[in-house]
Ligand binder design. Structure first.
Ligand code: SF4
Length: 213
């Protein structure tokens, strides 16, 4: 992989998909953070189905920090691991209030101290919430990066490092959103539609598939 090929891939995906935005519904940093924590191992659709009621009753970190566990569990019951996630979002809110003076931190080191926030979630918060260049590696980004040939590794941190080395910084936020969209539309885990893929001539896996036809 080289930067020229990486840029071509991102630019072709950008033309193909047009404007991209996160599929989670949120307004502001508080809602984004809670939605991201709830989205672990759950679809964005499921998260979006419970967050309107949650955010209506608990509109900020302070209110959620003082919420009753059973009430929050009832509201977010529709998402996977809702008991663990209830504990995490309440503890996270208490931490923002008590340790960060009510302001969500904006560094990786601080964000990953929050309950339920790992490196991927922190990168989503940094990029989507703070508009800071970062690439969050989820299952779609991991899979497509390996297929395209950005890297050959199952390790999300190595994939993140590889993507940051090949893709110019100005494209990092967009690249994350585009690769997720591509994974959901044309390049899913099973049966990628390489014939119809706008980057099939630039993709290691796609080139092999096409040579078999
Ligand atoms: S060519 Fe196939 S494997 Fe490569 S990105 Fe496109 S759909 Fe995915």
């Amino acid at each position: 992989m080289n930067r020229t090929r990486a840029v071509k891939i991102i630019e072709k995906l950008a033309v193909y998909y047009g404007e991209t935005k996160a599929d989670l519904s949120f307004s502001g940093l508080y809602e984004l953070t809670i939605a991201v924590v709830l989205s672990a191992q759950t679809t964005d659709k499921q998260v979006n189905s419970v967050t309107p009621a949650l955010f209506k009753k608990y509109p900020d970190f302070r209110k959620l920090a003082n919420a009753s566990i059973s009430d929050v569990e009832n509201i977010i019951r529709g998402v996977g691991l809702y008991k663990t996630k209830t504990g995490n979002i309440i503890k996270l809110s208490k931490m923002v209030i008590n340790e960060f003076k009510g302001k969500l931190p904006d560094t990786m080191e601080e964000l990953i101290r929050l309950p339920g926030v790992g490196r991927k979630s922190a990168n989503v918060i940094l990029s989507i919430g703070y508009n800071k260049p970062a690439i969050a590696v989820d299952t779609h980004v991991l899979r497509i990066s390996n297929r395209i040939g950005f890297i050959d590794s199952p390790d999300p941190v190595k994939v993140e490092t590889a993507l940051m080395s090949f893709i110019p910084r100005k494209y990092w936020i967009k690249a994350h959103l585009l690769l997720i969209k591509h994974g959901r539309n044309i390049c899913p885990a099973r049966n990628p539609e390489c014939n119809d893929c706008p980057v099939n001539k630039l993709c290691d896996f796609g080139k092999k598939e096409m040579s078999l036809i």
